[in-house]
Design a protein. Sequence first.
Length: 84
Amino acid sequence: MHRYEQRLLAEIENRLTVDDPEFARTFSHADPPPAAGRARLVLGVFTGVLAVICLLINDAAGFALCTALSAALITTRSWHFWSS
């Protein structure tokens, strides 16, 4: 991101914080809500079980994909979505 864009985004953020601090505070938390953390853990365990099923039916590609997805879901602490 260019410095100009960063400066504009910082200016918009500052104006939003001044105009509506309660609304801005809802987006300022870096940690996901606890429900999102539990959902991510459940989804990670589910994909881990799916990986074992793929291993048992001898589907190597499915096993590799599910194992990678399960590891990513269980080990990540937060999801940040960035748009360009």
